[in-house]
Design a protein around this ligand. Structure first.
Ligand code: G3H
Length: 256
């Protein structure tokens, strides 16, 4: 099976809309001189920048994909401050992150809510990037695999195979996010491999072999190649290092 790696820049709550435009233009310029079809590139800007990014990407027929950092489980209604699947699909988003550890931590998102958001994403033609991963206490106790697989089970509950086969899973050990402390390639492989194994149990080996599993947590240009060399790591969800367009381009071109 050939899984095309997905390198996604999660900007989190960074870059204003002018910076966002400049950033995407820089990415487009830096990636245009070369065929980078072998790697899929995506950015996840704040909601308010999605329309600008759409205009740049569509207008210039760029190969850069984009998506949102969150989605409401509801389609519409009295949910002040929320953004719905229909709004995101109207903006031609490809991806949406679901259950990022910062959403789970600061907005108390449960596996049940993440599951509803995964379903909302698929319902509206968006590809969820379901984020899972353990905190430091769990890692210290050696329970990272069971903890992470439990989140995976919760997020995928009652999601049919026709949808699950296109999901992206991001394994992000919380202790490695924004800390500069990257998991070793072996740590990343251990859990990413276990995630693929669970997908095979839940669905089929064929489906599991199709699903892309990203690693996230302090990925930068200097460490991405070693992580990508692991058999079950199919890309990276990059936070801090994706804010610098030059650095992100180096990450995308990890094979160079
Ligand atoms: O979504 C991205 C991850 O949370 C990783 O963030 O690269 O700043 O550690 P980071």
């Amino acid at each position: 099976t050939t899984r095309i790696p997905l390198m996604a820049g999660n900007w989190k709550m960074n870059l204003n809309h002018l910076e966002a435009i400049a950033h995407v233009q820089k990415l487009a310029f830096a990636l245009a001189d070369k065929d980078y079809d072998a790697v899929e590139v995506a950015v996840l800007p704040p909601f308010v920048d999605l329309r600008s990014v759409q205009t740049l990407v569509d207008g210039d027929k760029l190969k850069i994909k984009y998506g949102a950092q969150d989605i409401s489980a509801q389609d519409s209604g009295a949910y002040t401050g929320e953004i719905s699947g229909p709004m995101l699909s109207k903006l031609k988003c490809t991806y949406v992150a679901v259950g990022h550890s910062e959403r789970r931590q600061y907005h108390a998102e449960s596996d049940e809510l993440c599951n509803a958001k995964v379903k909302a994403a698929f319902k509206h033609g968006l590809t969820p990037i379901l984020c899972v991963g353990e905190g430091l206490d769990i890692r210290k106790a050696g329970d990272q695999v069971s903890y992470t697989l439990n989140q995976l089970d919760g997020g995928l509950k009652d999601v049919p195979a026709e949808q699950a086969e296109s999901i992206v899973i991001a394994y992000e050990p919380v202790w490695a996010i924004g800390t500069g402390e990257v998991a070793t390639p072996e740590d990343a492989q251990e859990v990413c491999g276990a995630i693929r194994g669970r997908l095979a149990e839940l669905y089929s080996q064929e489906l599991a072999d199709k699903v892309r599993i990203q690693y996230g947590g302090s990925v930068k240009a200097s460490n991405v190649a070693a992580i990508m060399a692991q058999p079950d790591v199919d890309g990276a969800l990059v936070g801090g290092a994706a804010l610098d367009a030059d650095e992100f381009v180096k990450i995308v071109r990890f094979r160079d």
